[in-house]
Design a protein around this ligand. Structure first.
Ligand SMILES: C[S@@+](CC[C@H](N)C(=O)[O-])C[C@H]1O[C@@H](n2cnc3c(N)ncnc32)[C@H](O)[C@@H]1O
Length: 244
């Protein structure tokens, strides 16, 4: 692990105890139920690239943006400590890439999670949410500014962890239209597959995807959004054809 990483003692012990493919009893004891579920799913597999979009908890948990908003009932969230304590290092190959979605308001938490999982922050990709006419889609929320972008943090671990050749010309910017609440753009998969080595693991996935191993409580084939936030949500088929 890089010397530049600054981990708390509990994070350091999590990384050390859960590193091997035969996790120690102490590692298993430290795990939350979600961590144990993740560990059981991963078994002895190693992934060259991990993409994660955690169910972050927002400070304002009753506002319309909050995933756990009662009436809109989207999905449960996890505390920062529970997210940090996931034994992601157990799933990572010795040399691996991590792509981690983080809301703008929680950027410091995103970096902390990336480090707790045993990665070193390197860069990020900006997702610009646009309207059909290409302009910024300002229908989102924001207390200080109206957010029309989201960040996908990029971290690495191990030796020779540079991106593949296409990464050297890949700009750190994606633009696409929004779909349902918290849904990320499908364009991310092609970008990641061309810049990073497999096998590919998606954590907190919705649905399943070719070439990817998907984990999460909505990561099954039959996943369909149960709410309609935007007209071009995933259930409406060809998003380009769906007007709003
Ligand atoms: C931010 S959303 C992911 C959105 C997804 N990346 C997309 O583009 O549609 C977080 C996901 O984590 C799932 N989740 C919440 N708590 C979980 C848990 N304890 N274990 C596994 N998945 C969980 C939620 O159901 C939700 O699907």
């Amino acid at each position: 692990m890089s010397k530049r990483l600054v981990l708390t003692s509990s994070e350091t012990s999590q990384v050390k105890l859960c590193r091997g493919k035969q996790p120690s009893l102490a590692c298993l004891r430290m795990l939350s139920p979600v961590g144990a579920d993740f560990m059981a799913f991963v078994r002895d597999r190693s992934f060259g690239t991990i993409l994660a979009d955690p169910p972050w908890q927002f400070q304002n948990r009753t506002g319309k943006i909050a995933p756990e908003h009662k009436r809109l009932s989207r999905y449960g969230t996890m505390t920062l400590e529970d997210i940090k304590s996931l034994p992601v290092v157990h799933a990572a190959a010795d040399t691996a890439h991590l792509y981690l979605w983080v809301p703008n308001a929680l950027l410091p938490d995103g970096i902390a999670v990336l480090q707790a999982w045993g990665f070193e922050y390197k860069s990020n990709i900006v997702w610009h949410k646009i309207r059909k006419d290409g302009g910024s889609d300002g229908r989102g929320v924001g207390f200080y500014f109206r957010n029309v972008t989201e960040l996908l943090l990029f971290g690495v671990r191990g030796k020779n962890a540079r991106t593949l050749r296409p990464g050297r010309t890949q700009v750190n910017y994606l633009k696409s239209r929004k779909r349902e609440h918290s849904r990320k753009p499908d364009e991310q998969y092609q970008l990641i597959e061309s810049c990073s080595r497999g096998p590919f693991l998606e954590m907190f996935a919705r649905g399943e995807r070719d070439k990817w191993t998907s984990w999460g409580n909505q990561a099954d084939e039959s996943y369909e959004p149960t709410w309609k936030t935007y007209a071009n949500h995933s259930r409406s088929g060809d998003s380009a054809a769906a007007g709003d």
